[in-house]
Design a protein around this ligand. Structure first.
Ligand SMILES: Nc1nc2c(ncn2[C@@H]2O[C@H](COP(=O)(O)OP(=O)(O)O)[C@@H](O)[C@H]2O)c(=O)[nH]1
Ligand SMILES: [Mg+2]
Length: 314
């Protein structure tokens, strides 16, 4: 595919993980899309069916209309008459929708990188933090985790358990303590005794009181910025792919409260849809940076637009 050369690709192994995790949706709604392109005239019925299927795939109305507009324009310009000839265009335009993300701050060399992770409970935040820690450890980085979800003792214990499993130290306080104080200690430890390269901060996921959430995240961000130049360098929002358009709503709310730099989209393996990725990128302008492809710690990959689209549309 022509477009693919413009993107930094994930490793072959990670590409395979992404494609494998999309089996459900490849056999589901995106399978229907592939079938639609097999032998059809590019008439009004075709475009209506395509629109309905894309919306069903969680792409959202706005993004669907944009994509169909682009396709129609190219079909006309390139004089394409049959749907099978438009299939490659569909893939190209879908990749283009995902492809213009700026380089990740996580990739840039820095003395200490601080990553703040936010998202509602159950989205896969703690699991993703463990996976990200493992991923970075594999790259030779020293990682430290900060248990700044101090509201529930179980949340601290869960992070500790993951820390042990992936061999990464967890800085934690007693339940109920100030999250800012945990972050302060974690960053200090990273800079001084532990000499870590990356600190990843787990936060509470309560969304029902936006004001409190905003205040708490703002405080954590201030603690980060005071200790490390321009920290947090990344603020990742964790979204559950199986919640579809609801994930998009959550993302909008979080974006109002905090400056999100990227999305970790979990449970790709559990969705029969997957189109929400396009809506997140287009409607929020926030790139998907990593995806969760299963429950194991290695079921995690940097997002790869080409592998993603190839996984949806075989
Ligand atoms: N299948 C699947 N399950 C996941 C994935 N990521 C997280 N989970 C599961 O989602 C549930 C909630 O995860 P957790 O990390 O505790 O969510 P948190 O409340 O946001 O911290 C757990 O049962 C995880 O095993 C994923 O990529 N795929
Ligand atoms: Mg958690």
């Amino acid at each position: 595919m022509v477009l693919s050369r413009f993107f930094k690709r994930a490793s072959t192994e990670d590409q395979a993980k992404i494609e494998r995790s999309l089996e459900k949706t490849r056999r589901g709604v995106f399978g229907h899309i592939a079938t639609l392109f097999q032998a059809n005239e590019l008439d009004d019925f075709f475009w209506e069916d395509l629109e309905a299927l894309l919306i069903q795939a969680d792409m959202g109305v706005e993004t669907t209309e944009y994509l169909i507009g682009r396709l129609k324009e190219r079909v006309k310009r390139e004089g394409i008459k049959r749907s099978e000839d438009a299939y490659t265009l569909l893939k190209e335009e879908m990749i283009a929708l995902l492809g213009d993300a700026p380089p990740a701050a996580l990739e840039q060399p820095r003395l200490l990188t601080v990553v703040l992770v936010v998202g509602v409970n159950g989205s896969g935040k703690t699991t993703s933090i463990a996976k990200l820690a493992h991923y970075l450890t594999q790259q030779g980085k020293k990682v430290l985790l900060a248990a700044a979800d101090t509201y529930r003792a179980a949340a601290i214990d869960q992070l500790r358990a993951w820390g042990e499993r992936v061999g990464v130290e967890v800085i934690a306080h007693q339940p109920g303590n100030d999250p800012g104080a945990v972050v302060y200690d974690a960053i200090r430890a990273a800079q001084e005794s532990r000499q870590a390269d990356v600190v990843i901060i787990d936060t509470a996921g309560r969304l029902h009181t936006k004001y409190n959430l905003m205040k708490e995240l703002e405080k954590i961000r201030k603690v980060c910025a005071r200790q490390v130049h321009r920290a947090p360098h990344e603020t990742y929002l964790v979204l559950d792919a199986t919640t579809g358009q609801n994930a998009l709503m959550q993302a909008k709310k979080f974006k109002e409260a905090v400056d999100i730099t990227g999305v970790i989209l979990t449970k790709l393996d559990g969705t029969a849809k997957g189109g929400v990725v396009f809506a997140i990128q287009r409607e929020l302008g926030v790139p998907v940076r990593f995806v969760g492809t299963g429950e194991q710690v290695t079921d995690f990959a940097p997002f790869d637009p080409v592998a993603f689209v190839e996984g949806l549309l075989a």
